[in-house]
Design a binder for this molecule. Structure first.
Ligand SMILES: Cc1ncc(COP(=O)(O)O)c(C=O)c1O
Length: 371
């Protein structure tokens, strides 16, 4: 089976640890174990037995995840290695050659790459700029599913724009899925990382029987290193995905499952989300001031959620070349719009340390000023 290079992940893996300032992260700065754990939790961690444990996730962890969704039982939750494995298992379980996969753009591109490798017909539909807001392009959605679809995939809040769908657009997606009996596969990894005091993004879970939600501890929950994700789906589909997980990772480790059940317990989850929103809000002020200094040569639609801002630039340079130049000359790493299928943009992470962000932007200024 041939598969396209996953540009964003490949580039991140190559350079994120070798640059002085990495601004490609879209999650929030993690905590250390020492900061995170109470003495009792540390003791529990030290006394864990390092066997296979529950391959589908401990009942405690599945219950903590289920509590973030309406009317969800633990048999509807599968714990995976990041949202990446959840997305993989669901695409693999659902798509056959010739099926239509209708996927929202711009996008992180994991599911698009997988769907195409699995032989599906990938039909894009976009978010489009409506004044100063990203909205669902309903005409494009209708065109994408005109001949039916097996899967309609969305990322809400969206990566890279940080846009959150409004109720009417969510309804339109549910309507489109119901009309062709498609699965609605919703990557909600940025839910909970809202900025500007916006309420928590509504989940698609509970709006339509054939909904699958994927997510993880990596972004709003701020702990990507746990590599714990999940899929929430009807129990029969979870059973099918578990059967396939026997062929991928067999399951996640007990240390990570335990720590994930700590960070996802309702009270701790609420604390961590409050912390994430505070960090993102503070860093957005830095971004606002930076963009304003460029007098219109940089522009962005204010993200509603997520640890990133998608900045359009008015300089005659391709985004991959610009990202490479900033990295080579200034040891700062930012994501090229190209890697989302949208040249003319850079995605800049807003979930890290303020001083690092400020220094990174100062260095980017030097490259832009020389263009
Ligand atoms: C939209 C989206 N989905 C999934 C992932 C993968 O996340 P995880 O670290 O949970 O595997 C990412 C990571 O950047 C992402 O942006």
């Amino acid at each position: 089976m041939k598969i396209d290079t996953f540009e964003l992940e490949r580039n991140q893996s190559l350079y994120e640890n070798s640059v002085e300032i990495n601004l490609t992260e879209s999650g929030v700065e993690p905590m250390t174990l020492a900061e995170l754990l109470s003495p009792e939790e540390l003791d529990a961690l030290l006394n864990l037995r390092l066997g296979y444990n529950y391959t589908e996730g401990t009942p405690e962890l599945r219950a903590a995840i289920a509590s973030w969704y309406p009317d969800t039982g633990i048999d509807e939750v599968l714990v995976t290695t990041g949202a990446a494995e959840a997305n993989f298992l669901m695409c693999w379980a659902l798509l056959e050659p010739g099926d239509t996969f209708a996927g929202m753009l711009p996008n992180f591109m994991q599911m698009q790459g997988l769907a195409s490798a699995l032989g599906a017909r990938v039909q894009p539909f976009g978010l489009r700029l409506d004044g100063n807001a990203w909205r669902l392009d309903r005409a494009a959605l209708d065109a994408a599913v005109a001949e039916g679809a097996r899967v309609i995939a969305v990322c809400n809040p969206n990566n890279p724009t940080g846009a959150v769908l409004d109720e009417a657009d969510m309804d339109a997606l549910v309507h489109a899925a119901r009309a062709c009996d498609a699965w609605l596969l919703c990557d909600e990894i940025y839910r909970g990382a809202e900025i500007d005091g916006r309420p928590e993004t509504q989940s698609f879970r509970g709006r339509y029987a054939k909904t699958i939600v994927t997510s993880s501890t990596s972004k709003s929950i701020a702990h990507a290193g746990l590599r714990i994700g999940w899929a929430v789906a009807p129990a029969a589909l979870v059973t099918e995905a578990v059967r396939r997980q026997d062929y991928t990772t067999i399951g996640t480790g007990p240390i990570n499952q335990y720590l994930a059940s700590v960070v996802l317990s309702p009270a701790r989850r609420a604390q961590l989300l409050t912390r994430s929103r505070a960090i993102l809000g503070r860093n957005m002020e830095i971004i606002d001031a930076w963009v304003a200094r460029w007098n219109g040569r940089l522009r962005y639609v204010r993200p509603s959620a997520g640890g990133m801002v998608f900045v359009a630039y008015d300089f005659p340079v391709n985004s991959t070349q610009l990202s490479e130049r900033i990295r080579a000359e200034q040891s700062v790493f930012v994501v090229a719009g190209d890697w989302f299928g949208m040249d003319g943009h850079l995605r800049i992470g807003t979930g890290g340390h303020a001083q690092e962000l400020e220094e990174g932007l100062r260095r980017i200024d030097r490259v832009l000023a020389a263009l």
